[in-house]
Design a protein. Structure first.
Length: 86
């Protein structure tokens, strides 16, 4: 993923190559920074769900693929106190 274009007009572009054009060693520096300005807190017991879709368009190598990723972080449901019957 050398470049991610977020809109049809190409006004919001995220370049993922290193300072001299090299590829990154991991996909995490490519995927995570554009998702949120800072990491979101996830508490123990929270449930993280993600929905991913890919549009291969015409399938040609030269045609950019469109991805969609929606995530949700839900707090853990309230649990009964430890040592007591529900």
């Amino acid at each position: 993923w050398p470049r991610i274009v977020f809109d049809e007009a190409g006004t919001h572009v995220y370049d993922t190559r290193g300072p001299t054009g090299e590829q990154q060693l991991s996909h995490w520096p490519t995927v995570l920074p554009p998702l949120a300005p800072r990491p979101l807190p996830v508490a123990p017991g929270a449930v993280v769900t993600a929905t991913w879709s890919t549009d291969l368009r015409d399938g040609q190598v030269s045609t950019p693929i469109r991805y969609s990723l929606l995530c949700d972080i839900a707090a853990e449901a309230a649990a009964a106190p430890v040592g007591r019957a529900p």
